[in-house]
Design a binder for this molecule. Structure first.
Ligand code: SF4
Ligand code: SF4
Length: 282
């Protein structure tokens, strides 16, 4: 195999919420934007080995070895003390794994899974690793999905796209100004990826987290529909509308209102009116 490695935050053996059918979900560490409503802020950065969490671990699962954090999964009781201690949005429980090691974990679930989904953090920060991993998955007959914020230009990785069945793409806001407000970055690349993926038949799903205080969700849905109609039949595209909830969100951003069911249903109606057929609310 390739010998490539990537930082793996966790592997969920069976997931029913990360694409079609039963899937193994692999979460890679590290992200390239800073969403105010991030529910897993501990996946945003790589550990800088400051050692703060090592001293707090109650079971000795963390050690500093030659200036680097060493994690022993067998001793971990998943108390999350380390995550709560870290002020760098990192996790000491990340394991740098080879493609072969990840495939070994995935194989334990065969034949009970239809495919795998790689998420993050932002998994497209590791395009060569993803390409090698998905190539091996294809040999095993597995369906492959990427879950992405769309900030890495996927058009320059044709080999990756050739072994990827679909991309679940976040469009967090439509206007540049709103996207900067939500994530700290513009969305030119996100929209470019959306068009590119739509044209080549690899856009599996669009997702928007609904936070009324940050942007106009109805306007975003309408703008996305208008934009994508030029590239594909959007009645074939799933749209997932995700209600903001404060769980796991950094303290300073926990004050946004969680939209209620009736508001989410209103948004779903709007999405259907503008041409989406399969609209999912979570
Ligand atoms: S979650 Fe972190 S602090 Fe808790 S036992 Fe595991 S490594 Fe130690
Ligand atoms: S996970 Fe955070 S607190 Fe622990 S060593 Fe790494 S940077 Fe420091």
């Amino acid at each position: 195999m390739s010998g490539l490695v990537a930082p793996v935050n966790r592997i969920i053996p069976f997931s029913a919420v990360d694409g079609p059918g039963n899937r193994t979900a692999v979460f890679l560490q590290g992200c390239n934007i800073d969403c105010k409503y991030c529910h897993n802020p501990e996946t945003r950065a790589l550990c800088i080995h400051c050692g703060m969490c090592v001293r707090k671990c109650p079971t000795g699962a963390l050690q500093l070895v030659e200036g680097k954090v060493h994690f022993e999964p067998a001793k971990c009781v998943a108390c999350d003390t380390c995550i709560k201690t870290c002020t760098h949005d990192a996790s000491p429980r990340v394991l740098w794994m080879t493609v072969e090691e990840v495939i070994t974990e995935i194989k334990k679930q065969i034949p009970f899974i239809r495919g795998i989904t790689v998420s993050g953090g932002e998994c497209t920060l590791y395009p060569e690793f993803l390409t090698a991993l998905f190539s091996e998955c294809k040999k095993l007959g597995l369906h492959t999905l990427i879950d992405s914020n769309g900030m890495v230009d996927l058009g320059v990785y044709p080999e990756l796209l050739s072994v990827t069945d679909g991309v679940m793409l976040d469009i967090k806001a439509f206007s540049e100004k709103d996207h900067v407000m939500v994530t700290g970055f513009t969305n030119n690349q996100v929209l470019k990826n959306a068009a590119f993926l739509a044209k080549c038949g690899k856009l599996y799903e669009i997702r928007t987290v609904v936070v009324r205080e940050l942007f106009d969700p109805a306007g975003v849905i309408e703008s996305i529909a208008e934009y994508l109609c030029a590239y594909m039949d959007i009645s074939m595209l799933r749209y997932k509308l995700i209600a903001y909830r404060p769980f796991g969100v950094r303290e300073q951003y926990q004050t946004y209102e969680s939209p209620d069911v009736s508001y989410m249903e209103q948004l779903k109606d709007i999405a259907i009116q503008v041409g989406f057929q399969e609209v999912i609310i979570i």
